[in-house]
Design a binder for this molecule. Structure first.
Ligand code: G3H
Ligand code: 13P
Ligand code: ZN
Length: 311
């Protein structure tokens, strides 16, 4: 099946009370793990590419790896630009076959966010590509955008209607307590999302797909393996899966996950090399890393997001 946009995926997800996983891709093993997992769960999936991924892997490699994945699967796959910083990178991605782009001007003043987003929407829609934008600020690291926790700003429900109407976007990323990376909450903090804000946004934008960034749960069993085999990730805390399950029953149709795949990958590599110190063929430990990421994606799809059998 060729690459698709997220329009149909989100419509069904909204109506069905589930969400599509948007997983960050940086290399072949990650792409294979995600697509094989989604295929086995018969779930639609979004593969997303960040600025960090482009810098690491070269966008041409990523594009062709995604094309290879699509050629070998039957499920609907969307290729999405994650945190597009400006019009130019969105345009470049659209020209290179992305079916969905995010323009992230959320750190810019209100009018500038609207203007830049509107420009991207006009360019993208004329070419059959859909657009995600963001309102509010997430704590943590968004590629080059660093937002101190104290400046974390929840999305104001009062702004969402005007923003979506004036920009014409297809989905909206909001800040309700998620954040990027593996350290989302401090020990002792109550790791809760502002479901009340999500509910209010849902009332203001009936039928409109909402996106959650920074939604990794940082499973403690994987963190324990990292720490057991020489790693040092004290106090890595993510979003409880029980909170995500509430969100996907509401307006959230896309859930962004990157850190969980990183932790799954690293736990497997550390364990493999600790248990097999003589191994030096990367295929040996990357086989375990790929299997660990695949297991993680299946868990997300089947047990958290609810998109299994929706392909
Ligand atoms: O939103 C951030 C993603 O996790 C991508 O991170 O820029 O390190 O690839 P990255
Ligand atoms: P995590 O760091 O929680 O995996 O979030 C990833 C993300 O939001 C990518 O845009
Ligand atoms: Zn993000």
């Amino acid at each position: 099946m060729p690459l698709v946009t997220t329009t149909e995926m989100f419509k069904k997800a909204y109506e069905g009370g589930y969400a599509i996983g948007a997983f960050n891709v940086n290399n072949m093993e990650t792409i294979q793990a995600i697509v094989e997992a989604a295929e086995e769960c018969s779930s639609p999936v979004i593969l997303q590419v960040s600025a960090g991924a482009r810098k690491y892997a070269n966008p041409v490699y990523l594009r062709h790896l995604v094309a290879a994945a699509v050629e070998t699967t039957h499920i609907p796959v969307a290729m999405h630009l994650d945190h597009g910083a400006d019009f130019e990178i969105c345009k470049d991605s659209i020209e290179n076959g992305f079916t969905s782009v995010m323009i992230d001007a959320s750190s810019k003043p209100w009018e500038e966010n609207i203007k830049t987003t509107r420009e991207v929407v006009e360019y993208a829609h004329a070419r059959g590509v859909v657009v995600e934008a963001e309102l509010g600020k997430l704590a943590g690291i968004e590629d080059d955008v660093k937002v101190a926790s104290k400046d974390a700003l929840f999305t104001s429900p009062d702004e969402v209607q005007e923003f979506t109407e004036r920009t014409g976007i297809d989905s909206l990323a909001i800040a309700i307590g998620t954040s990027h990376g593996a350290y989302k909450f401090k020990p002792g903090q109550d790791p809760k999302l502002r479901i009340d804000i999500l509910e209010e946004i849902g009332r203001r934008l009936p039928g409109f797909p909402i996106v959650l960034h920074g939604a990794s749960s940082v499973p403690q069993d994987k963190v324990a393996i990292v720490n057991q085999f020489g790693g040092d990730m004290p106090n890595a805390i993510g979003i409880p899966e029980s909170e995500l399950k509430k969100a996907v029953k509401l307006a959230v149709c896309k859930v962004n996950i990157d850190s969980d795949l990183r932790v799954a990958f690293t736990a497997a590599v550390r364990k493999h090399l600790a248990e097999n110190p003589s191994h030096f063929d990367p295929r040996q430990y990357l086989t375990d890393a790929r299997a660990s990421m695949k297991e993680m994606v299946k868990h997300k799809i089947c047990d958290v997001l609810g998109s299994a059998n929706k392909a």
